[in-house]
Design a protein around this ligand. Structure first.
Ligand SMILES: [Zn+2]
Length: 337
């Protein structure tokens, strides 16, 4: 399933994300030489509709077309077929950012094993996974280790850093065993400043020769820890204002991303009072902690504790396929080793 190249395939750089399938038959790993041999691993389009990563990488590759890269690169272009349709993933496919845990089954898991084996042999220097959000969010980086090298890699992109360990099936988690790794969230697809920011970041990483010994200063980062994932229970329907559904979301909900919410903040309303806490919140071990964070007051679903949501989205497909949002709490950088 994995297509392997040791040069940029002819015509690739002329293609938008939706047209990559004309050149690449499927998920593809491209190795490019550079001055420093230990490669920077870059993955993009794990979610087919998140095109900023490709737009940025294409611009980087155009810039270095007649030059040696400062560092070797392994570029993984993920869900080419979903990108063609402008979707996160296609029906019948797994989510390409949920297939990275060792021991998985199916053709995608086999592909990831093959990829990890190839890249591990080259002793990767660092790993970057490029994504977009569907709702309004600041640009931020995610790490899965409280390690100063990971923090440094993250802080090169944004002062907002999110630490999480669930889901543990993501790309950055798999690479954390090999090298410092981050997930980069570049705002919504189609925003030009997201592309520019990603270009600057990738270029900075390509020029990084080593990780500094010192810790990232605590005043240089805002570090948050994901404490819950919030979903709409599968038996309930979700709608936007004016639609008939079990749970209705306010139209400006995604403006609350990365806002510190006080108890009593309204995140939705219920059509009838027979649906428990409305949303389903689970912690990193999968425990149902809905009642800790949510209660229904009248027809409103409101928060019970001070929390900060991220990745709140009004995209109903994403809410059903993935989640409504994550809840975070601020974390002291003193936890970093
Ligand atoms: Zn994504």
């Amino acid at each position: 399933m994995l297509n392997i190249y040791d040069a940029i395939p002819e015509g690739l750089l002329d293609r938008e994300a939706t047209d990559l399938h004309e050149v690449l038959p499927g998920p593809s790993l491209i190795h490019l030489e550079g001055r420093h041999k230990e490669p920077l691993f870059i993955s993009l389009l794990l979610h087919g509709n998140e095109v900023t990563g490709w737009q940025a990488m294409r611009s980087i590759l155009q810039k270095y077309q007649d030059m040696l890269l400062p560092r070797a690169v392994y570029l993984f272009i993920g869900n080419v077929q979903a990108a063609k349709e402008g979707l996160r993933y296609l029906e019948g496919q797994p989510d390409y950012n949920r297939i990275w845990k060792a021991g998985g089954e199916g053709p995608e898991a086999v592909m990831i094993r093959q990829l990890m084996e190839i890249v591990a042999q080259q002793k990767p220097f660092a790993s970057i996974d490029l994504h977009n959000n569907s709702g309004r969010n600041p640009h931020y980086a995610c790490i899965n280790r409280l390690d100063k090298r990971f923090m440094y890699l993250a802080s090169l992109f944004s002062r907002t850093v999110v630490y999480f360990i669930k889901p543990d099936t993501v790309q950055s988690m798999a690479f954390a065993d090999l090298c410092p790794s981050v997930t980069i969230e570049c705002g919504r697809p189609g925003e030009s400043h997201g592309v520019e920011h990603a270009v600057q970041y990738i270029d900075a990483c390509l020029h990084l020769t080593d990780f500094p010994e010192h810790e990232v200063a605590s005043h240089d980062v805002d570090l948050f820890h994901t404490v819950a994932i919030v979903k709409v229970p599968s038996h309930l329907s979700v709608g936007l204002p004016g639609e008939v559904a079990d749970i209705c979301l306010p139209s400006e909900l995604d403006q609350l991303n990365f806002c510190e919410l006080q108890p009593g903040a309204v995140l939705g309303s219920v059509a009838q009072q027979t649906v428990g806490t409305g949303f389903l919140a689970t912690d990193e071990s999968g425990q149902d902690i809905s009642e800790r964070y949510f209660e229904i007051e009248g027809s409103h679903i409101q928060t019970r504790l001070p929390v900060m949501p991220s990745m709140l989205t009004l995209d109903k497909t994403i809410i059903k396929q993935d989640c409504l949002c994550y809840l975070m709490e601020r974390l002291d950088t003193g936890h970093i080793t």
